[in-house]
Design a binder for this molecule. Sequence first.
Ligand code: ZN
Length: 281
Amino acid sequence: MKLIRHGQPGLEKPAVLDAEGRARDVSALVPDFNPETIASPAFAQLLSSKAEDYPLAPQGQRLGAPIAGTRLIVAVGLNYADHAAEASMALPAEPALFMKSVHSICGPNDATLLPPQAEKLDWEAELGIIIGRVTSHVSEAEALSYVLGYCVVNDVSERSYQLERGGTWDKGKSCDTFTPVGPWLVTPDETGDAGTLDIWCKVNGETMQQGSTAKMVFGPAALISYISQFFTLHPGDLITTGTPAGVGFGKKPQRFLRVDDVVTLGIAGLGSQRQVVVEKR
Ligand code: ZN
């Protein structure tokens, strides 16, 4: 099933997409998709029903992130060998984890706000994993049963904040609008093996990233199991699994985003995003 939230920021309503890609309003059954409701019997009922069971919603509305109220974003650094090489960094022996502020989450097609004094705004197309239930000390074999669904994430990064201002990476990863999520949350029955999907990113129509999630050093099951050995994941938490080669920071010469640049990115079966860069005021 493909889940969306649509409407103006803060007023999004939950819907599912039918076979023809039309939004169907499910708000009478599940008032929103958030950490509380996705653990509810009504949500289980939704997942076992058909999109066509629900009334058509107004089409073509703005999309929000497909889940509200995410309380934790765990990001994985250097999880593709070709990206580690372009960044001139060694491949980590164990997954490299960092955190992004949940306040950086926005809709998949919302503008990316260029922060003041930002000089090195960059893109990172990534596979996102949304957790469906409490996940603690799970094995790799069990790990995928804790997944609610998969989505596209742009791990927007400001490289000077990330790498030249001291401390951890989080400062360059957490600005407002730095985590577009969606368009859809796609449940695992429909995704198939999320570890074998084509992933791409373009800037102003020019291909920058073209890869496959098959090239991840640590795949979805390994990451969920690994993270759960250190801290507990809860429903609605987002893991963003790292980016393939082709980011602006890795290009020769380096290339960073400017006002009016248009970033498009997507993953096969999970849909695509489009962001225009605008100055933050
Ligand atoms: Zn990333």
